[in-house]
Design a protein around this ligand. Structure first.
Ligand SMILES: Cc1cc2nc3c(=O)[nH]c(=O)nc-3n(C[C@H](O)[C@H](O)[C@H](O)COP(=O)(O)OP(=O)(O)OC[C@H]3O[C@@H](n4cnc5c(N)ncnc54)[C@H](O)[C@@H]3O)c2cc1C
Length: 483
């Protein structure tokens, strides 16, 4: 049978080509189309959304990958850069729980409740709590980078590992950051969450991406899946287009939503960059990866409401490293009750742990499968603490590992959250090296997660727009002169 031509009808040239349909790539594509540019978006997977994705399994199960929670800022971003319809489906999670040997309680996960908890349960003076929140809130990109999150915590709450855990554990799950990362990455992300709690998308990721795809098409974006870009075409330090599925397509600007290091080292090629820039690139560290266990509850079964998001751990104390260990006894559970997808009347549970790629990458097939089974079993044992009879109610269970994330997103190391902080400058400097080459997507911890990636897409789309206007002006003048 002849291979399907996924680029059938595609033009030979566009104003901008976007590589990858993560939230960064899609948001940039939508904005550029609204600015009036001709945009092509190329995604290698059959689904759009990148890590903001889902999959379906027998029994009517729809399982979300990264729909655990995001800050309220996503409502404004979606309203401004997507549509009111998308923004209106964002709802607040009702109950976030912590359960570990140091403390166990539910919280609305906002500044007011955290202040109360820190005063009443942890015995911290109000002035200290206020000062901490103020300091975190005032942190910004231009701050001193030398202070680490550990140092920030020690300054305000010396020797209080329990408070460090309360403040850090959810953020580590949210963006892979550790106590050793710059304090400002913590301050920015933590303050975003503390604004008004944790939010989710009613209808599930499938509905979100469906709505976004509809909006892209409405705005005239040429939307293509099954299209793997293997080369960004560059001549004389200027972007010319991309090679995709064996075909060359031209554009004045290319915005890559693929991993930053893959964009530079593989898609563009190191030969196009200056030695000084490559030196910076060589120092960019990838962020960590993840493991997940997806559990679908049999149709007709119910589970009690035990909370939307549970940060659970059996570790006596908090360390960033222990969250990454294959034998970790810390995980989050996201519970999806029928309200998540109104009309479907189904329950699902997803457990997530942060993970190191190297712990999964070099296993024999047998060992890999065995470790996955162990992960599933450990997860079930832990889950039984909250829903004792859950095993009998599950009719679908499977696990993903860093290898899974690598396979589906092409991210080296299965990186769930892009790069560490140093990646942000490299990403921003890309167009200074190659005219017309841009990158948007998870980098630098602060531009990661649903909100960070989408907002970075907006920032970079504005840069692309400025670039396109700049390169067009001389051309238009020339055309006018020739008339
Ligand atoms: C397990 C897990 C849980 C998470 N939970 C949350 C959460 O609860 N809240 C939150 O805010 N964030 C969460 N995140 C992080 C969040 O999902 C990501 O930071 C965000 O979605 C990344 O968006 P992005 O724009 O960087 O692109 P990505 O999602 O990384 O997408 C990049 C896209 O580019 C495509 N691509 C790459 N190379 C090519 C190529 N050569 N040709 C064509 N296409 C290509 C990939 O297939 C992919 O679709 C989670 C992540 C993981 C892994």
């Amino acid at each position: 049978m002849a291979k399907k031509n996924w680029l059938k009808g595609a033009h030979s040239a566009y104003d901008t080509i976007i590589i990858g349909s993560g939230l960064g790539g899609m948001t940039a594509a939508n904005l550029l189309a609204k600015f009036g540019h001709r945009v092509l978006i190329l995604e290698h997977h059959y689904n759009f959304g990148g890590l903001a994705t889902w999959f379906k399994r027998k029994g009517g199960h729809i399982l979300d990958i990264s729909l655990h929670g995001f800050p309220i800022g996503m409502i404004k971003t979606c309203r401004k850069y997507w549509s009111r319809e998308v923004a209106d489906s964002i709802v607040r999670l009702k109950s976030v729980r912590f359960d570990n040997p140091q403390f166990s309680f539910g919280t609305s996960f906002d500044k007011e409740d955290f202040t109360k908890l820190m005063r009443e349960r942890f015995g911290v003076l109000k002035e200290t709590v206020d000062d901490f929140f103020q300091t975190a809130r005032n942190m910004n990109f231009f701050d001193d980078l030398s202070m680490t999150t550990q140092e920030l915590f020690e300054k305000f709450f010396p020797g209080r590992n329990d408070i460090h855990r309360l403040l850090m554990e959810p953020i580590t799950y949210a963006n892979g950051s550790t106590l050793n990362d710059p304090a400002l990455t913590y301050g920015i992300v933590f303050s975003n969450f503390m604004d008004k709690g944790v939010y989710t998308f009613k209808g599930g990721t499938d509905q979100l991406i469906k709505k976004m795809k509809k909006e892209l098409k409405k705005n005239g974006v040429d939307v293509r899946n099954h299209c793997l870009v293997d080369k960004i075409l560059i001549e004389d330090k200027t972007v010319k287009g991309v090679r995709v599925n064996g075909r060359e397509i031209f554009a004045e600007a290319v915005l890559s939503n693929s991993n930053l290091l893959s964009t530079i080292n593989k898609l563009a090629g190191q030969e196009h960059f200056s030695p000084a820039f490559l030196d910076e690139v060589s120092k960019v560290r990838l962020n960590d990866s993840s493991c997940q266990v997806y559990m679908g509850i049999k149709k007709g079964e119910t589970i009690p409401n035990v909370g939307d998001l549970i940060f659970t751990s059996e570790e006596d104390e908090f360390t960033s490293e222990s969250l990454l260990e294959p034998k970790t006894r810390s995980r989050t559970f996201s519970f999806y009750y029928p309200e998540t997808r109104p009309g479907q009347n189904q329950y699902a549970i997803v457990s997530s742990t942060n993970a190191r790629f190297k712990d999964w990458a070099d296993l024999s097939e047998g060992d890999y499968l065995q470790k996955k089974d162990e992960l599933i079993e450990k997860t079930l044992i832990c889950l039984e603490k909250y829903v004792p009879d859950v095993r009998g109610k599950i009719d679908h269970i499977e696990a993903s590992t860093p290898m899974t994330f690598k396979r589906y997103t092409k991210h080296p190391g299965g990186a769930s959250f892009g790069t560490k902080f140093e990646g942000l400058k490299v990403s921003k400097d890309l167009p200074k090296e190659i005219a017309g080459l841009f990158h948007a997507g998870s980098v630098g911890i602060i531009m990661s997660g649903w909100l960070g990636a989408a907002n970075y897409g907006v920032i970079v789309a504005n840069e692309v727009d400025k670039f396109l206007r700049r390169v067009r002006q001389p051309k238009q003048k020339l055309e006018a002169a020739n008339v």
